[in-house]
Each structure stands twice: as structure tokens, then as C-alpha cells.
Design a protein around this ligand. Sequence first.
Ligand code: ADP
Ligand code: MG
Length: 267
Amino acid sequence: MIVVANQKGGVGKTTTAVNMGVGLAMSGLRVLIVDVDPQGNATTALGIDHDLGTPGTYEVLIDEEPISPMARMSPETPGLEVLPATIDLSGADLQLANVKHRERRLKTALDEYLKTHEIDYVFLDCPPSLGLLTINALVAADEVLLPIQCEYYALEGVTQLMRTVQAVKSSFNSKLQLATILMTMYDGRTRLSREVVDEVRGQFANEMLETRIPRSVRVSEAPSYGRSVLSYEPNSAGAVAYREAAAEFAKLHSATGRTASTKIASS
Ligand code: ADP
Ligand code: MG
């Protein structure tokens, strides 16, 4: 189970959760994307409507309903399921504040779901804040996938995220680790992009994927058609890069055995 987090907004969290998920599903793996962001961008990007009242993450967190009846097959990619989010979820942070096991609700529901469903990878798409929604995702996950935008102040906030990961690790989820960093919106023509990559590599040599996601108009257009860039424009630079990133990611994980189903099998 992978949580896509970075408390900076607009760095490519949702784009990464969606396109990595689709890339893995297209290679025959079974993927569940859990939309934990009230904006519901991952939900719409995968062609599922997020009108008020579409049941999903909110009902799981607040009403403790099971995931199974609410997980929807993405119309665009076989093998990819989505637990949708709607704007209802924006009240969840406050509503959770005084309930029992408020940090573990998503984990409880996901563990239950994975007992009866064969899923290779679960991606949790987080909002930019570090509130209870993100905490629920960090508690449920095994590892963090951190997208970093090749921009000024790229590492701003990473220290804060690392601190939160450490806190969640010591109180709720001892196995949580920052496993993967993906550089997004890379522009090889600019010195800045190359410098940012070097800087991040200097700190996170083991975590950074070799593949970088270029800045590409096709990547930003795809969600407005309810598509991933992989199906919208399969030969575009962005689609090629996300396919490569997904393959690199899968290869690293098959080497270490870190998938949802192996976790269930061994627990
Ligand atoms: P976050 O979830 O971190 O807020 P998003 O994935 O929503 O970030 O991305 C922010 C914006 O940047 C969106 O409009 C998205 O379409 C665009 N975007 C993301 N990745 C790329 C890319 N590689 N090239 C061009 N635009 C991108
Ligand atoms: Mg997002």
C-alpha cells in the first residue's frame, strides 16, 4: 500500500497516483486507487463522477462502511478500481476529530477489503494538508511515494513531511517508510530542473527513481477528458515516462516483494 504525499499542492501527487496506477494496471496488475482528497481530482481523472452523494472515502471514514460496494471499476482501464472522493470529504477532518480510532479508520477498512480482494497495489492520493485525512492514509500505507516538482523550493516542506512520517511511524505504523521519490514536471532544457534533480539525488540517492516525468501539456489535458495520459495520448512524452516509472517501480517492488497481496499472504 502506497501513500502519495507531499504537503505542497500542485506538485503532481494526483497525476502520479493516477498514472502510476494506470501504468501498473495496464501491465496486468490489479490496482486500487483510494481518493483521500476532498477535491476528488483522482476520481474525475479516472472517469468517475464525483457529484455530491457519490459514496466513497467519506462513508468509509465517517460511517465505517466497507469499501467493497463503493469501489468502482474505472471505465478507462481494466483492472483498476477507484474508491471515489467528493467534496463531502472536506468536512471529514473535523468530524473525525473526536471519534474513536480516528487515525486508523481507513486502515481498518482497507485491511478488511484486502482479505477478500486480490489487489497488487493500493495507491492513496492525499490532500496537501497534514490533517487527519493524510494521517489516515499514512497509517494505512506501507510506504510513501513522494513526488517532487523540479522547481524552486522543491524540498521545502519535505522535512516537515519526513517529521510527520516519523511521528506516524513511532505511534501508529512502525513499517512506514519513505520508499520512492519521483521527479515531476522536469524540463531538461533548464539548468534549474537539472540542479533540483542533483540536489534531491544528493539527499535521497536510494529513493529517487531514475525515470523523470517531463512537463507535458498532454499530461495536464488528460484529466479534463476523464482519462489518464496513458490512454489519452499513449505516445506522448508524459505517457512514455509514466509507463517507464511504473515499470521501474514494479521492478523494485517485485525485487523486495512489497505488494499488497504479498503483505496479506505473509501477515
Ligand atoms: P497535486 O495533486 O500535488 O496538487 P496535480 O497532480 O493535481 O498536483 O498537478 C497539479 C497541476 O499540474 C495539474 O493541473 C496537473 O494537470 C499539472 N501537471 C501535473 N504533472 C504535470 C506534467 N508532468 N506536465 C504538465 N502538467 C502537469
Ligand atoms: Mg491532488
